[in-house]
Design a protein around this ligand. Sequence first.
Ligand code: GSH
Length: 380
Amino acid sequence: MLKHSIRLMLIAALAFVLLGCDLMSSDDHEDEAHADVAALQEQLASKDSQIAQLQAQISAQPAAATSRLETVMARGRLVCASRTDVPGYGFLDSSGRNIGFDIDLCRAVAAAIFGNGDAVEVIPISAAERGPTIQSGDVDMLARTVTWTTTRDSQWGNYTVVTFYDGQGFMVRKDKNIDSALKLGGTSVCVTSGTTTELNLADYFRQNSMELEAVVFENTAAVVSAYEQGRCDAFTNDRSQLAALRSGLQNPDDHVVLPETISEEPLTTVVPHGDDQWLDLVKTVLYVLINAEAFGVTMANVDQMVNHENIQIRRMLGTEGEFGQSDLGLKKTFAVDVLKAVGNYGEVYERYLGTEGLGLPRGINELWTKGGLIYAPPLR
Ligand SMILES: N[C@@H](CCC(=O)N[C@@H](CS)C(=O)NCC(=O)O)C(=O)O
């Protein structure tokens, strides 16, 4: 072993004598080698500073953002912006309970998450407060007779599913003898601010070369009392709300809703921008309401339906396969909880807007299979 090492050392020494001098004697080569080393050192230094910069950026970033669903679950309740002032959509019943069509949409989402439709905090807001409220992200959902428009979609938040197709109309006192909106030129019209109603009113009068005196108020109660006191000749709003508010007037029969519908008002719920899973979750809950009506699954029969022979019904109720529940962060059987809490779309409609509520016929708000516009993608 030792002998072998000594032999290797002798060979190395000989090689150094024979070749080494020649290699080391070249000044050019030496300069080049120094230049290479210097360049490498420079590159390393610049990499070091890049790494330091990246590290600084990473530590400056906030911890991974919490999803809306996680926030809602940690809070233990859904926060929903809505209203307390319009029968049918959001109003206080005789015991002071906030109920209505819009409120039930919030309850449905709460039931999907918590298995409990009561796990909702409803924050009443005015029409003009809707945009800033949902933009702030302080609420999880906005369900307050909101019309879907492109500007609001880009500015306010993400729109979900149209749950009521409305349109704007006018109400006048019968003794004014006005039978068409086209005869409203030169009259005064009461309207609330921050609404599509106010914008459409101006468009309609301008389009039809009619002179308009808009009397603008901030809230519904002020509009209705101004109209009742005769401070304006007409009152304009979405037709379904006109029907609701007419029923609360002292003598509803003294007032008539004119035949013209001057706009499209697709009413929907809105969620804050920036959380796709949350948007999908709210949409899917609404799709369940619509699909359940199509399948004939109701609040009363949902327990029996879980083992129905129809595969699609079993899938919706979580006894067969998946339709995205786990991706949404929901229990497989969340639809059962939703339907137990509020019933299907038709039941919610009838309770507040239809036969048991405002008495509005389903009309275009029927399921598409019955000639209406209410349609939901398949749950699969
Ligand atoms: N759908 C329309 C109108 C919605 C609406 O809620 N309008 C009025 C009609 S009474 C209202 O609530 N105003 C009362 C308020 O701001 O409190 C929109 O989205 O702008």
